[in-house]
Design a binder for this molecule. Structure first.
Ligand code: M6R
Length: 611
């Protein structure tokens, strides 16, 4: 939520900032702005997309090699030019960008107003600007000291970057609860909410932790805690490269990421799934396996698509390894005083590794002295660092707001984990060998789904693109896939959609069925198939229009359904990895046909770093 970029070095800062904001735009896109230092601070900001800011800057000369930029996802104050960041102090001595929420802003604002200060915007951020201004007091103390002291007065979350009009060699950044990294170049430094704006210039990064502040000059940088303790931080090498964060010829990141799945799944399994040797390795959890196998209960916490992956994980771990699993919305977890005790372990799932609700669940569990493991995509992300151990997805950067390749990689990791937990306990060597073969075959099967289904799904999208509602139904392992299919459609096409366990339909949603209700059934020829066919009959009897995703050719579904999409067969427990792909494509094509902005759906942001 909100993207921050900062630059100090020898390049034209405005170019670096604008390119950086374009790469960060998936984090928020209701307004954007930059502040560049060149003797004075030139602040340019505009409601709308980064492209609107770029147009504004076309006719303006913005010189200078030091600056900050921001792309906003509004929390306090509607999207407008005035609420856009950066925010400068009243006399233009410094400017600040902020990601996060100042929770005590109302009380602070009241106090500052009583002191005679005037606010320009409705943002919580401006409170921080005034606090710094008051402490700085025209230069009574250094700007870095004023920032440090101001941060001690605010409650809430922040990732900030600050530049001064009086010092051409000073860039300040700090974080608490909102991600921030420092990119280290040759005589130049970059600040970013994530690696996207930096990888073009450097792969050397320093991850800032909560409560840390960095003061950057062209000659070097110093990291301190906001309590003023100097820290010696490690420099890490990024895994990402530029090509991975570009569209590579695709119209949208979402489509690119859907199409990448055969490769992202190969990468996810590389070095882990080895059918030839009948071995399965999960290096990140190798020392935790005994504890996990002995667990009384595994509690999975996640949000959105990652929560859906967690639900598949529940089915996988319970049926393969026979360990009880509970799946929690991370956003609810810590507010309901969860019962966690001896023998419980918590497993969190997050693509970004920065989701505030999921991070709060990690901290809640740690406070209760329960082991916490993570499944994350972004290497070095806060959740990856704060959990006791974990597994990376290795799916590559996911930029599209609608998560696709992260879901399949999450399910793959959960399938590997379930098998590892089951190994030598609830499944035999022979079964293991068979399952590893099946896992290793998945990327090619996903390839086949993409090749054969894309065209027919475009036709289906053409027919149903103006529907107002959709129902998605599946059973067993494919119930979470029904939820995921519905979420994808809602997010990017703004069509109302519900996912349900197929058999639950008769307990209520069946009342919705008429000739205007498209119903997507996942009807794989597995242990639930016959029951699902009965559910299809029930829908057809009420004139509902059925689209079925199946692996069977028996002709039965063709008689009942309007459209049948055929995908390869696999083991029942791996079927979500295939069945979700046509649903991703369906939502994508419908959204494109409705003229929706697929990569930047309204009101959403890729990484939800506020609670
Ligand atoms: O980065 P995370 O996996 O923690 O994100 C969780 C959700 O915010 C995310 O999955 C969201 O639901 C996606 N937009 C779904 O497409």
């Amino acid at each position: 939520m909100c993207g921050i970029v900062g630059y100090i070095g020898h390049r034209p800062a405005a170019d670096v900032l604008l390119r950086g904001l374009q790469r960060l735009e998936y984090r928020g896109y209701d307004s954007a702005g930059i502040a560049v230092m060149n003797g004075t601070l030139a602040v340019h900001k505009k409601k709308g997309k980064v492209q609107d800011l770029a147009h504004l800057l076309e006719n303006v000369q913005v010189d200078g090699s030091l600056g900050i930029g921001h792309t906003r996802w509004a929390t306090h104050g509607f999207p407008s030019d005035v609420n856009a960041h950066p925010h400068a102090n009243p006399s233009g001595d410094f400017a600040l960008v902020h990601n996060g929420i100042i929770e005590n802003y109302a009380a602070l604002r009241e106090k500052l107003v009583a002191e005679g200060r005037t606010f320009q915007s409705q943002t919580d951020t401006e409170v921080l600007v005034h606090l710094i201004d008051r402490l700085w007091d025209g230069g009574a103390i250094s700007l870095e000291e004023a920032v440090r002291q101001a941060l001690q007065l605010v409650v809430g979350t922040y990732g900030i970057a600050v530049v001064s009009a009086h010092d051409p060699d000073l860039l300040i950044a700090a974080r608490k609860g909102s991600p921030l990294i420092l990119g280290v170049g040759e005589g130049e430094y970059f600040i970013g909410s994530d690696a996207a704006p930096l990888v073009e210039y450097t792969r050397q990064v320093v991850f800032l932790n909560d409560g840390e502040m960095v003061v950057v000059r062209r000659s070097g940088y110093e990291v301190r805690t906001i309590d003023n303790v100097v820290l010696n931080k490690e420099v890490h090498e990024l895994e990402w490269d530029l090509e991975q964060i570009e569209k590579g010829g695709y119209e949208h990141f979402m489509l690119k990421e859907i199409m990448e799945q055969p490769v992202s799944l190969e990468n996810c399994m590389r070095g882990r799934v080895q059918p030839a040797e009948n071995t399965l390795k999960l290096g990140g959890l190798i020392h935790e396996m005994d504890r996990l196998r002995a667990a009384r209960r595994i509690v999975i916490a996640a949000c959105g698509t990652s929560w859906h992956a967690g639900l598949v994980g529940e089915y996988l771990i319970e049926s393969l390894a026979r360990i009880p699993v509970e799946v929690e919305y991370a956003s609810e977890f810590r507010y309901r005083n969860p019962i966690l005790g001896e023998g419980d372990v918590v497993l969190v799932i997050s693509q970004s590794g920065e989701t505030a609700d999921t991070l709060a669940a990690v901290r809640e569990a740690k406070q209760r002295k329960v082991p916490v493991y993570g499944i994350c995509n972004v290497v070095g992300s806060t959740i990856a660092r704060e959990t006791d151990a974990g597994v990376y997805l290795h799916a590559g950067p996911e930029i599209g707001v609608a998560s696709t390749k992260a879901f399949t990689a999450q399910v793959t990791v959960l399938a590997m984990l379930a098998l590892k937990l089951a190994e030598g306990r609830t499944i035999s060597q022979a079964e293991m060998a068979h399952y590893l073969q099946a896992l290793a075959a998945i990327p090619d099967k996903v390839r086949a789904v993409l090749e054969t289904c894309d065209q027919p799904i475009r036709q289906i999208a053409q027919v149903y693109r103006y529907a107002s509602n959709f129902l998605y139904l599946g059973r067993g392992y494919n119930f979470p896939v029904a939820l995921e299919g519905a979420l994808k459609l809602k997010e990017i096409s703004y069509i109302h959609a519900e996912g349900y366990p197929a058999a639950e339909m008769k307990h209520g949603p069946i009342a919705l069925i008429d000739q205007f209700m498209p119903v997507v059934f996942i009807a794989m020829k597995d242990s639930t198939y016959d029951k699902v066919v009965s559910n299809i009959e029930e829908v057809v009897a009420r004139k509902g229009s059925v689209i079925a995703i199946t692996d069977t050719d028996n002709g039965e579904l063709d008689k009942l359904c309007e459209y049948v999409i055929r995908i390869p067969a696999t083991e029942e427990f791996l079927s979500p990895l295939l069945t979700v792909v046509p649903l991703q494509l369906l939502s994508y094509h419908i959204a494109v046909m409705r003229g929706c902005n697929v990569d930047q759906p309204r009101n959403l942001a890729k990484s939800v770093t506020v609670e």
